[in-house]
Design a protein around this ligand. Structure first.
Ligand SMILES: *Cc1c(COP(=O)(O)O)cnc(C)c1O
Length: 378
């Protein structure tokens, strides 16, 4: 019989989620609105420091779709997007008939390289078309260089959309991730740091941006007793049931972040004697990552490599995954322009995500340690 599965990142309930869900049933708020939706939004607003407004939506992807619409992106526009990310950062650009232009990462944060970004903007402007927006991502929970990227977006007057799907609980210079963009987005998918089983949110300093997002997310109904529409709407609001799970999860978010950071410390300690393995870490103390996923890179000249490690762990029913395959290498985006430096390609070749859940037990850690040392040493 094989050992129980150790997942990369699995849902982790705190205990009071069911209470909020039961309340929704007891009061018959089984709808895409209700007290849990409002309560979850206000929990998130408080968590983000009370400076921003939050609209709870059905997914991070729908939040990005609305963010692009609110940024005024239209068919034929171009939008700069971090190449090293999950496809959901880029797909909504194409939903709008706009064109993603991919920009490579830097080695320190693994996120959008400010120099390459500026180079791309200049080159795009030279072709006669200024990019309409920038989608920058805090990958694996590591904050991007928020000050430099913000400065570039401002100086070229381009809307900054902050994909913080993986970075709830991270911060840069003490400021929470999710609050750096003109519009930010969060995800509560099953594998994220907190989950509503599926859900997302749009974040903005500007209350009218939130209101417009909620308007579009609820079928764009004009104020009238009948159904009247002057704009194309969407059905993107979060349900009151899912929001109930979210309210329960907010009670344990800090604990989840602490556990994930502890997993990261566990790997740092474990790999310390092996200088061909690097655990992805904050470059300096301005960056604070929630370490949603703990990632490593393995120097293949050591004779060990990420695929060997992945297969060795898979043989003991432990899930690991290569780092994101950059978007400029994806068949579906092969015709898109890109500004690349080789950084993300190399990370994809040599990098691996290790089990990082906030619910991993000491027993799980022992099994991880045995398997990892076994692969490294023999
Ligand atoms: C998960 C994720 C999304 C999409 O969020 P969903 O809630 O799954 O739609 C977008 N961007 C990044 C970087 C993600 O990891």
């Amino acid at each position: 019989m094989s050992n129980p599965k150790i997942w990369l990142s699995s849902p982790h309930m705190g205990g009071s989620e069911q209470k909020f869900v039961n309340e929704a049933f007891d009061t018959n708020w089984v709808a895409p609105l209700g007290p849990n939706v409002t309560g979850f939004e206000s929990d998130l607003e408080n968590y983000l420091g009370g400076t921003h407004h939050v609209a709870a939506l059905s997914s991070g992807t729908s939040a990005l779709h609305l963010a692009l619409i609110l940024a005024g992106v239209k068919a034929g526009d171009s939008v700069i997007c971090q190449s090293f990310t999950f496809s959901a950062s880029a797909n909504p650009i194409v939903y709008l008939g706009a064109e993603p232009v991919f920009v490579d990462s830097e080695e320190t944060t693994w996120n959008m390289c400010p120099d390459t970004l500026e180079e791309a903007i200049k080159a795009e402007i030279k072709t006669g078309k200024k990019p309409k927006a920038i989608v920058a991502v805090h990958l694996y929970g590591m904050p991007f260089q928020a000050d430099s990227i913000r400065k570039i977006a401002d100086s070229y007057e381009i809307t900054l959309i902050e994909d913080s799907a993986e970075a709830l609980g991270s911060s840069f210079n003490g400021q929470p991730c999710g609050t750096f963009g003109d519009i930010g987005i969060l995800s509560f998918n099953g594998n994220k740091i907190i989950t509503t089983s599926g859900g997302g949110a749009l974040v903005s300093k500007d209350k009218s941006v939130k209101d417009k997002a909620v308007f579009l997310a609820t079928q764009a109904r004009d104020a009238a007793p009948h159904y009247q529409h002057s704009e194309i709407g969407y059905n993107y609001r979060l349900s009151n049931i899912c929001a109930g799970i979210g309210r329960g999860q907010m009670e344990v978010l800090d604990k989840h972040v602490a556990n994930r950071r502890e997993m990261n410390a566990f790997y740092k300690e474990l790999f310390k004697p092996f200088d061909f393995i690097k655990v992805f870490a904050e470059a300096d103390d301005r960056f604070e990552s929630n370490h949603w996923l703990s990632c490593i890179t393995i120097d293949p000249s050591s004779g060990k490599n990420r695929e060997g490690m992945r297969l060795a762990l898979e043989a003991d029913n432990i899930e690991c995954r290569p780092l994101w395959k950059p978007m400029h290498l994806q068949p579906v985006f092969e015709n898109c322009r890109n500004y690349t430096t080789g950084v993300s390609e190399k990370l994809f070749e040599n990098g691996l995500c290790l089990p990082s859940g906030s619910n991993l037990t000491n027993e799980d850690k022992d099994r991880l340690k045995t398997n990892l040392l076994n692969y490294i040493q023999y």
